[in-house]
Design a binder for this molecule. Structure first.
Ligand code: FPP
Length: 236
């Protein structure tokens, strides 16, 4: 019965394979990213329809700065343009957009876009779309540890008071529940510095589909895979 289905509260996706998709279609890498935007659109709609409450997408990792400057610039532009252009539709769908990651390495213009998108969609109640942008998990954990160490140095905090909930509250994802289900497209079976702390009890799924081909049907198929999993959280 549809209503008895186990629905993941939070789905996180590593969108991989844009470059390989482009190559296999005789296109430039950039065209793979453009095609990937359509998959982003479809997965947002599909997640809302299915009843998922949080959808996190790994859009740009701290390591992605190491790509050729031309690709980095193209990704920044595509990213800002497409999210800005989609904002009215996201608002209409009740989607709230949040960004996680560093904010200190973007141009002023990109930072302004991020702040504007967050404020324009702040009232969304149906789905929280978390975009990991200049994000890496080790970087996030390092920043959290540094902030706690500074509070200890100032005498505001005792080392014994540091526990798991306090560390969790010090991450970018402080008020976001842990992901239940992590999907990485393109057949690669790694987390690549994505939500390492938060992924502790997440189910994982590694379909071989390249991200530009991961559309609504593939998203629903992934939800079926999750529904079949038996989660025990270390218990019997
Ligand atoms: C990985 O494919 C994908 C990315 C680094 C970028 C993802 C960005 C988008 C889908 C476009 C915009 C996103 C939003 C949220 C509007 P890859 O280039 O690493 O592919 P490869 O491993 O085949 O080379």
């Amino acid at each position: 019965m549809e209503s008895m289905k186990r629905i993941p509260h939070h789905v996180a996706i590593i969108m991989d394979g844009n470059g390989r998709w482009a190559k296999s279609h005789g296109k430039e890498r950039y065209e793979g990213h453009i095609e990937g935007v359509q998959s982003v659109r479809e997965c947002i709609k599909a997640a809302s329809r299915y009843g998922v409450r949080y959808l996190t997408l790994y859009a740009f990792s701290t390591e992605n700065w190491g790509r050729p400057q031309e690709e980095v610039d193209a990704l920044m532009e595509l990213f800002c343009k497409s999210v800005m252009a989609e904002t009215p539709e996201l608002v209409a769908q009740g989607v709230q957009v949040r960004f996680i990651g560093r904010r200190d390495r973007f141009s002023e213009k990109v930072c302004e876009h991020l702040t504007r998108i967050e404020s324009d969609t702040a009232a969304g109640q149906t789905l929280t779309l978390v975009l990991a942008f200049d994000y890496s998990s080790r970087d996030e954990i390092t920043a959290a540890v540094r902030a706690l160490a500074q509070r200890v140095a100032k005498g505001e905090l005792q080392p014994e008071e540091i526990d798991e909930p306090m560390i969790a509250r010090s991450l970018y994802t402080a008020d976001i529940p842990d992901p239940d289900f992590i999907i990485r497209t393109s057949g690669e079976c790694r987390l690549s510095n994505f939500l390492l702390w938060q992924a502790s009890y997440a189910e994982m799924y590694f379909p071989t589909t390249m991200w530009p081909d991961f559309r609504q049907d593939e998203f629903f198929e992934a939800m079926e895979v999750f529904a079949q999993r038996d989660r025990r959280y270390g218990k019997l």
